[in-house]
Design a protein around this ligand. Structure first.
Ligand SMILES: Nc1nc2c(c(=O)[nH]1)N[C@H]1C(S)=C(S)[C@@H](COP(=O)(O)O)O[C@H]1N2
Ligand SMILES: [Mo]
Length: 331
């Protein structure tokens, strides 16, 4: 196929800029062009923007377009996972531990009104309304790999911006070293928090320099629409170089601290889930290898497993953050 730009697949569409209808239309147009041999010029316009991916947004949720991101490494040239898979195969324990449960149960999540408080070691502690947060910086579309610690992966077009934009606004103090992220813990709407699998709320944390890295994202949408509840509406973290569980969903508070915070999965099993949890094919989980992964949507009988990449393929961008750190000890 002509516009194959990567061994793994095709450039995928910027869903925010095209409707399902127009994607289909342009796909047909491209096929026609190719048939007449006049595709060359048309392809220039397509490069990195539109393609033959079958992914279309369902158009059920409010549109949330994002401009193409200029952040280095923010757009992976791989076929995006089908929206259907990305929105029905989820991990969100507050709505059940089975992958299919969040999509069935998360309709109870109440996403308005919603506020996010940013406090702790900052000059200007602030509580942002979700509308205010949405407008704090321009929305960008970023296509990131998401690698779950369980051994599966997806490619998702998120809409949002670097979380550094919010952190800069509140003016971190000199002694702030970490950011602790609190997610919603509401027994009335979240059937899962009655169970003892985790210590609620689901808490995640980053070193401040990790949180300030341009790839560290706050996402409000995916596939050109606002987030479905099961994917962490109305706002979640996305850390593409870390295992999926570091990307907390439905964030309500960010607290800057000088001590390394305790995180939900680290509290549950410290020997299995470290503070860093950077994707690393060379450091196995105590119960399974992390060397390969299964891409959701490619799980046919003959589908080959993919090799997991160091830092999930984002080593050029984030490797420096961990210079001199023993990654076997600091897993
Ligand atoms: N609050 C909360 N955030 C969470 C989780 C969770 O159970 N609760 N699961 C994590 C895990 S293990 C993964 S792999 C990703 C999955 O995100 P997705 O369902 O959008 O693919 O969300 C992460 N964020
Ligand atoms: Mo995960």
């Amino acid at each position: 196929m002509l516009i194959k730009t990567h061994r793994d697949g095709f450039i995928h569409p910027f869903s925010s800029e095209i409707t399902p209808q127009s994607a289909y239309q342009s796909r047909r147009d491209l096929m026609k062009l190719m048939a007449t041999g006049a595709a060359g010029a048309a392809l220039a316009g397509w490069a990195g923007r539109e393609a033959l991916a079958e992914t279309v947004k369902p158009g059920k949720l409010a549109a949330l377009p994002g401009a193409k991101s200029a952040v280095a490494g923010a757009v992976v040239m791989e076929k995006a996972t089908d929206y259907k898979d990305a929105s029905t195969y989820n991990n969100y324990y507050e709505f059940g531990t089975d992958k299919s449960e969040p999509a069935k149960n998360a309709h109870t999540l109440k996403t308005t009104p919603w506020t996010v408080t940013v406090d702790g070691l900052v000059g200007k502690p602030t509580t942002f309304g979700i509308e205010e947060l949405l407008k704090l910086s321009a929305q960008e579309e970023r296509i990131y790999r998401l690698r779950c610690v369980e051994g599966w992966s997806m490619v998702i077009p998120w809409v949002g911006y670097s979380m550094s934009k919010v952190l800069e606004k509140v003016q971190p103090l000199g002694n702030a070293k970490y950011v602790e992220f609190f997610t919603l813990n509401d027994p009335k709407t979240m059937p899962g928090v009655g169970s003892r699998v985790l210590d609620w709320p689901y808490i995640e944390a980053l070193r401040l320099d990790e949180a300030m890295h341009p790839l560290a994202m706050l996402a409000f949408g995916m596939y050109g629409e606002v987030l479905p509840n099961q994917n962490g509406a109305p706002v979640r973290m996305v850390l593409p170089w870390k295992y999926g569980f570091k990307s907390g969903k439905s964030i309500v508070r960010m607290r800057l601290t000088d001590k390394e915070p305790k995180t939900a999965w680290n509290k549950a099993a410290a020997n299995e889930y470290g503070f860093y949890s950077n994707v690393n094919p060379e450091v196995d989980h105590p119960r399974w290898s992390q060397a390969t992964e299964r891409r959701i949507g490619e799980d046919g009988l003959f589908a080959k497993k993919r090799k997991t990449l160091m830092f999930n393929g984002y080593e050029a961008q984030v490797g420096q953050l961990y210079a001199g750190l023993d990654l076997k000890k600091n897993y």
